[in-house]
Write a protein of this length. Sequence first.
Length: 460
Amino acid sequence: MTTTLAGGRAARRQTMRRIRPRRSPATVLLLAVFAGAVGVLWLWWMNTPSIADQNGKILNAGRITGLLAGYLMALVVLQMARVPALERRVGSDRVARWHAMSGRYTLCLVFAHVFLIMWGYALQAGKSLGDIVQQTIDSINQLPDMGKAAIGTGLFVLIGLTSIGPVRRRLPYDTWYHVHLLTYGAVFLTFWHQITTGNDFALEPAAKTFWYALYGSVTALVIWYRILTPIRLNMRHRMRVEAVIEEAPGIVSVLIGGRKLHRMGAQAGQFFRWRFLAPGMRFSSHPYSLSAAPRPDMLRITVKAIGDHSERLRELTPGTRVWAEGPYGAMTAQRRSRGKVLLVAGGVGITPMRALFETLPGAAGDITLLYRANTTQDLALWDELAAIADDRGARLMYAVNSPDGERPDISADRLRQKLPDIDKHDVFMCGPAGFAQSVYEALRGAGVPARRIHHESFEM
């Protein structure tokens, strides 16, 4: 059974009103981050008139790594704050990659800072490198806020271990997610020793004021966007499950009703983080894309059962309360820069592509959708896609395995054969990482510039 939730021409008119083509601010933001790091190094430089001996070099290396680690900690939390300017302009998946990279750098800097400072303290006390463990214990017992810092460092280690690829893949998503939230506690615990034991902040009151302002601003953003904004959104729109429909084997659509949902500002191509207040699901929050254009009284997500949470969606009953955070994601019509558009979907990646297929403005022949699945039975929402294609004069293609299991050819030559002017298209793409990478390479080989290939991973 399938269910149609379409906005048709009205949805396209609404999308056209929202289109304001603009570039991603990612480059400007990265330059600002590097400028901040240079400022941190300048702070150390101004407070370090000379380095007399080997011990001084070790201690100052520890100071530098500590300052940079403290700076990156603030950025790590900022990247978790779900600030709309980042989530919608840069892209949630890109921010997630920045967060992961910042976390790795932070952990390395923390380890270097602890090792170098304790080594330097040991040499100051007339000890050797072999006494570094005892020196660490003594420092924790004697210096202010070092006990908190030790606990915070332990939390960072735990978070880092659970974020290693092989470990994370073996952990349930909810376990990884809740362990990851300990980042807030780790940053809080390690912050205080920076102020009480850091020479740079003791010597320069303006630096201490700036550090408080940096961490205070990030904390305010987290409270506003992670706590207060979701409370306001859900109190205002009061969403509930209206129905659960099986679209294909292992794939269900959840229809979500509420009040004035069009005022949530959601666009085709975006996603929310959904929490269903049903037994066993209350403490799980998962990202799912909208699979249809938002309507004033209805939203829809379409989900493939690939884990405990997604498998339990079919058990939801009408009336179940829904708690949502969002909308997030930058893969919207605002990324479009050309008249012609190719949409490429792999598996359940069809969900944001289906919404864009319906709403992207275009004349007959301007919009093409390529849908990759293992079998024709796996082509979820196919009837809806066919109806949209007929109504719009759009082109709909599918690529499935042959009866003997051979994978379809999605190469540069094949793409040029199907779309001779593919190099004049914008391309929106969603699907598993391996599929997305292979299609990206084929598109580049077919002459599509990288700046016109828009991809946002749903594997976050």
